[in-house]
Design a protein around this ligand. Structure first.
Ligand code: FES
Length: 126
């Protein structure tokens, strides 16, 4: 589905954490990045695993999310990749091992979505 989808209320995302939501069948994460809400597909562009479920646990601070699988870091608002597959399950690995951990995949950004707020309602544009 594409289009504008309501994903919750402003208060649902006010704690500064990333929250997984279902947006008409698309798994999305929504959270505060600075003063604004942001949204991204809940799927790491590395091999496509969830950003919110994995052995390293969800780590999100200052608008940056760390993938719980191989620790890739992303700007949650722009989707920009800030570090690509530097470890596993929250633990950094030696620099020489990065190519193996990356599985031959090149650094890629998160898929991000526009967020709008209408009154108390939060919408994601899929
Ligand atoms: S699945 Fe996210 S970094 Fe590998």
């Amino acid at each position: 589905m594409s289009g504008r989808v309501r994903v919750g209320s402003v208060a649902d995302f006010a704690d500064g954490q990333l929250h997984p939501v279902d947006a008409a069948g698309t798994s999305v994460v929504v959270g505060l990045a600075g003063e604004s809400l942001c949204a991204a597909r809940n799927r790491c562009p590395h091999p496509g695993f969830s950003l919110t479920k994995g052995p390293g646990g969800l780590r999100y601070a200052d608008g940056r999310v760390v993938c719980p699988w191989h620790n890739s870091r992303f700007d949650s608002a722009s989707g920009e990749n800030l570090d690509w597959a530097p470890g596993f399950a929250g633990r950094d690995m030696p620099r020489w091992s990065r190519k193996m951990i990356a599985l031959g995949r090149q650094p890629s950004p998160l898929t991000t979505y526009e967020v709008t707020v209408d009154g108390d309602d939060v919408y994601v544009e899929l």
